[in-house]
Design a protein around this ligand. Structure first.
Ligand SMILES: N[C@@H](CCC(=O)N[C@@H](CS)C(=O)NCC(=O)O)C(=O)O
Length: 221
């Protein structure tokens, strides 16, 4: 049965599902919705009112991590390790990716100097934690692309837009994380998970948040 992914163009959680679908070469339909004017049919379908939702027959699967696990259970190739302990580790770091997306949100909505610095410090701490667990690469656990990679790729993509304007090079002293970011950015499933106008859309979205980063992006535009 061909599933339908209900999406929003800029949503990093949607990207995570899109990357996973691409890695599995899954056939699916996609419906993009406007999250500032959610259609009634979407609200009826989604208990959280958030994208992504994967509709499979009459079932609306919500939460990006759960969508990815469902895809992992039903379509090859495997993107989780076979060993249960390693699978648990990968699930834990995928969860860490979601926390990192929250930390990124705190950073780009920060409206005063103190919260900007504090959210930047929280992000820097997370990246240092990531650096400490990375191996030889190029991906999270070596040469095999995994669901952890799909979860982190959208987080790194933000910094393609933020780096010039933020005044902070988060990965300057983190060579493994820098290399991981580059390997993810080069992966076709990651590259193709957003539209060609993604950078412009994200820039405008962050400017509309009215925070410090938005003002810097506006000044740099
Ligand atoms: N934990 C959720 C988070 C999804 C999420 O936050 N989606 C955002 C867009 S990126 C959303 O739909 N926001 C709309 C809202 O909160 O009203 C997941 O992993 O799927």
């Amino acid at each position: 049965m061909k599933p339908t992914l209900i999406s929003h163009t800029l949503c990093p959680y949607v990207q995570r599902a899109v990357i996973t679908l691409a890695e599995k070469q899954a056939d699916y339909d996609r419906i993009d919705i406007d999250l500032s004017a959610k259609p009634a049919w979407f609200l009826a379908l989604s208990p959280t009112g958030k994208t992504p939702v994967l509709q499979v027959g009459n079932e609306a699967i919500f939460e990006s991590a759960v969508i990815c696990e469902y895809l992992e259970d039903t379509i090859g190739p495997a993107l989780h390790p076979a060993d249960p302990l390693q699978r648990a580790r990968h699930r834990a770091w995928s969860e860490f990716a979601s926390g990192t997306l929250n930390a990124i949100w705190n950073f780009y909505v920060a409206t005063d100097g103190t919260s900007y610095e504090r959210s930047a410090a929280a992000l820097a701490e997370r990246f240092a934690q990531i650096e400490a667990v990375l191996g030889a690469g190029p991906y999270f656990s070596g040469s095999h692309f995994s669901l952890v990679d799909a979860a982190f790729a959208p987080a790194f993509r933000y910094f393609d837009v933020f780096d010039g304007a933020s005044g902070i090079d988060f990965l300057a002293a983190l060579p493994k994380t820098r290399a991981w970011r580059a390997a993810l950015a080069a992966r076709p499933s990651v590259r193709e998970a957003v539209s060609s106008d993604y950078s412009v859309l994200l820039t405008n979205f962050v400017i509309r948040q009215g925070g410090i980063l938005g003002k810097r992006l506006q000044a740099a535009a």
